[in-house]
Design a protein around this ligand. Structure first.
Ligand SMILES: Nc1ncnc2c1ncn2[C@@H]1O[C@H](COP(=O)(O)OP(=O)(O)OP(=O)(O)O)[C@@H](O)[C@H]1O
Ligand SMILES: [Mg+2]
Length: 290
């Protein structure tokens, strides 16, 4: 049995299909110059083991801060205050100390849209992946082999040599693959992929989405896919939650939402999916009061 099969078996034994993440009434407030700004307003989410939930919404709707709240990656008070419950494997992460949450970080891994800021330019990608392995899988003896395995898993050719490359020696798509390898090196049960294809050109975007989908199925991990693009969601996410101005305005099975969107905002987002051969002149706009 290879590593991914054994990981999957282990996850199934822990209760495949059971709820992995439950977010209840999450509110996130930022404070600046004596004023409060509510970025997330009563968001509740449910994600089962091995499933994919897409959080979709326009820029500034609160998607990233929701993802960051899962492992306390937001600024401390008084700059930012978070309330609500975040249950991961039945454990309330919001009640744990920051130090205790750090121990959970490997189980929830992130792939951010900005590989430039997430990869350190002064270390080789192999070194950076090795750091993640040492931190989150202290029992692994052959760290080098684990690094090569992770690079191989994300489709990087000649992983032995590529491990020696520095981020600037890799193309944008390769950097994103290296980021995914680093996240997977933690053997996460939940992968938060925050706009994993933004900034990449269209063909590379499709390759990265296909890779994530393939890895999700192979490893059986749950994915919280954060995107503004319904085109990325279709064929990948099982369920969708549509976010607008800090709130969930619509949610459901992906296929159902794509065919029968009820909220005008969801309809507007779906109508932005490019259709081959269509000649749309203007992007749709939406009344902010809707
Ligand atoms: N550290 C911060 N301090 C103050 N306000 C913040 C901070 N981080 C985010 N915000 C605000 O919270 C709101 C939600 O931001 P968030 O980054 O979650 O949006 P998003 O949906 O991820 O958008 P995008 O698609 O552009 O990434 C925005 O209005 C943003 O300006
Ligand atoms: Mg964002």
């Amino acid at each position: 049995m290879n590593t991914s099969q054994s990981l999957r078996k282990e996850q199934e034994e822990q209760g495949g299909g059971a709820s992995l993440l439950t977010v209840e009434d999450l509110c996130i407030d930022f404070f600046a110059r004596g004023r409060r700004f509510r970025a997330v307003d009563g968001v509740s989410l449910e994600l089962e083991r091995g499933r994919v939930l897409a959080l979709v919404g326009e820029s500034g709707s609160g998607k990233s801060v929701t993802g960051l709240a899962l492992t306390r990656l937001l600024p401390d008070p008084p700059q930012c205050r978070v309330s609500g419950r975040i249950l991961f494997q039945g454990r309330d992460l919001s009640a744990l100390s920051r130090k205790a949450v750090r121990a959970w970080r490997g189980r929830i891994a992130y792939v951010f849209q900005e590989t430039g800021s997430a990869l350190n330019p002064v270390f080789s990608v192999g070194y950076q992946i090795a750091e993640a392995v040492r931190l989150h899988q202290p029992r692994v003896r052959d760290v080098r082999a684990e690094v090569v395995r992770a690079l191989d898993l994300v489709g990087i050719e000649n992983p032995q040599q590529r491990a020696e490359s520095y981020p600037h020696q890799l193309s944008g798509g390769m950097q994103q693959r290296a980021m995914i390898a680093m996240a997977l090196a933690c053997r996460p049960e939940l992968l938060v992929a925050d706009e994993p294809t933004t900034g990449l050109d269209v063909t590379i975007q499709a390759q990265i989405v296909a890779l994530l989908r393939d890895l999700q199925q192979k490893l059986g991990m749950a994915v919280l896919l954060i995107t503004h693009d319904f085109g990325v969601v279709s064929g990948f996410a099982d369920r969708v939650a549509v976010m607008r101005q800090g709130r969930i305005v619509e949610r459901g099975e992906t296929e159902h939402i794509l065919r029968h969107p009820e909220h005008p905002y969801t309809r507007a987002l779906i109508s932005c999916i490019p259709v081959l051969g269509s000649r749309r002149r203007r992007l749709p706009t939406i009344d902010s009061n809707q």
